[in-house]
Design a protein around this ligand. Structure first.
Ligand code: GRF
Length: 215
């Protein structure tokens, strides 16, 4: 492990999770922010924070496959210890999920394995769920299926609307994601043979902060 631990963040949009990762970088540094959308608002936020950014545009590549390769080759070139997907709206090609096994994580706005994919808040309400939340997981070849690291939960009120849940879950994401990345950077959380190994300090700290480590 290099010192300091370095992360690369991949974004597509507003970058509010990315900003939290930048502002709460206690045990790591943010080496690079990459976007598949040159218009992503998060790029400006990263630049304002003095972080190097790289934006790639679909229009510059003859095929989607080549565009994706360019994004993940740029990510590899960054040489970061960990890649954090933060509102990154592109499926990672299987070959890159293999290359980044144990070194790529994602935050998803549901209590996985419930509600993988899009429109989670609306589906939670339609499904009559009593609780909802967010999950940070290692990325594998499936959609939102990789080993779960930690979750944060909230209660769904009878009158909750999708917009309320979106706002409330995003606020939880902003706390959970930096905690997980700091915990990985300090060696509290490690991937081992497709499982997640959690040190006792991490379990205690997670419990104190109200985070859930499903085991
Ligand atoms: C978050 O809800 C994240 O979980 C999901 O997309 C949203 C991105 O928000 N994948 P932001 O770009 O971090 O503001």
């Amino acid at each position: 492990m290099k010192d300091p631990f370095q992360i690369a963040v991949l974004i597509s949009g507003s970058g509010s999770n990315m900003l939290q990762l930048i502002e709460n970088a206690w045990h790591y540094t943010v080496k690079l922010v990459i976007s598949n959308n040159p218009e992503a608002g998060g790029l400006v936020l990263a630049q304002q924070a003095g972080i190097e950014t790289k934006a790639l545009s679909r229009a510059d590549y003859p095929s989607l496959a080549e565009f994706k390769s360019a994004i993940f080759e740029s990510t590899l070139e960054a040489g970061a210890d960990l890649v954090c997907l933060a509102g990154f709206m592109m499926l990672v090609p299987e070959q890159y999920t293999k290359i980044f096994t144990g070194q790529m994580i994602n935050i998803h706005p549901s209590l996985l394995p419930k509600f993988p994919g899009l429109d989670t808040h609306k589906r939670v309400i339609e499904g009559g769920e009593r609780e909802h939340g967010c999950t940070v997981h290692f990325v594998d070849a499936g959609v939102d299926t990789g080993p779960i690291i930690a979750q944060a939960k909230l209660k769904v009120r009878p009158d909750s609307q999708a917009d309320d849940l979106s706002r409330e879950v995003l606020a939880l994401e902003h706390k959970l994601y930096p905690w997980v990345v700091n915990s990985i950077a300090r060696g509290w959380i490690r991937p081992t043979n497709g499982q997640v190994q959690i040190e006792p300090q991490a379990k205690l700290d997670a419990a104190a902060k109200g985070f859930i480590i499903p085991r």
